[in-house]
Design a protein around this ligand. Structure first.
Ligand code: ADP
Length: 204
């Protein structure tokens, strides 16, 4: 079983992933937690390149998209697919939806191109459920505070396009569950577990 978390930065992904993985372990699941980009040695190197804010190393939107994709291809083959084959539950911080939204909807690359390269990178490995943590951009900004990486520093209009893009994708894809992330940490956690429980039951 494969779950991923997505949404704009500051919505509480890290907080919820941590709680969700603990909950899965308490349910008797063997869990593999990963982050996209990252987790493999190659993916972590690519992540550092992507999040560095180095004026001497501009990254064009198309190059950015392909770097994310390369990191994901390695993540799928080195970590996610082998874990699923061992019947582990995989929980990923972001996945291909983030590319569709960041470089497609918000970054204005062709959605068809991003989807098509995305499908090459995942090679059939799709999440059973995506938890899309959603809240107004301004509230996420308040939670994020002053510490931002290159992707987080792209401005309000960009972040609004991100939120809208995520919601547009969710409207067309039943595997994407929109979770109201404005609530308390415990309430959001309970909402996520309520979605995951029947899926885990069905697998057993
Ligand atoms: P993300 O991984 O999506 O960027 P984090 O989990 O790091 O988000 O959360 C961003 C900030 O908001 C952190 O300081 C975290 O403690 C706080 N936070 C997370 N969830 C909630 C919540 N439900 N209510 C209030 N604050 C929260």
């Amino acid at each position: 079983m494969f779950f991923s978390f997505d949404g704009i930065d500051g919505v509480g992904k890290s907080t919820q992933i941590h709680l969700f993985c603990d909950w899965l372990v308490a349910q008797g699941c063997e869990v593999t937690q990963c982050r996209d980009p990252g987790s493999s040695a190659l993916g972590e190197q690519i992540r550092n390149l992507l999040l560095a804010d180095d004026p001497a190393m501009p990254i064009h939107r198309r190059a950015e998209m392909l770097l994310y994709m390369a990191a994901r291809a390695q993540l799928v083959e080195q970590i996610i697919r082998p874990s699923l084959e061992r019947r582990k539950v995989v929980v990923s911080d972001r996945y291909v939806l983030a590319n569709v939204v960041y470089q497609g909807h918000a970054g204005q690359l062709s959605l068809a191109d991003v989807r098509s390269v995305g499908s090459v990178t995942i090679d059939g490995v799709r999440p059973d459920a995506v938890f899309l943590l959603d809240m107004p951009v301004q509230l996420a900004d308040e939670r994020l505070g002053q510490q931002r990486d290159r992707m987080e520093r792209q401005g309000d209009a960009f972040r609004q396009r991100l939120r809208d893009g995520f919601l547009t994708e969710a409207a067309d894809d039943r595997s994407i569950h929109v979770v109201d992330a404005t609530r308390s940490i415990d309430e959001v956690h309970a909402a996520i577990c309520a979605i995951a429980s029947p899926l885990l039951e069905a697998r057993r």
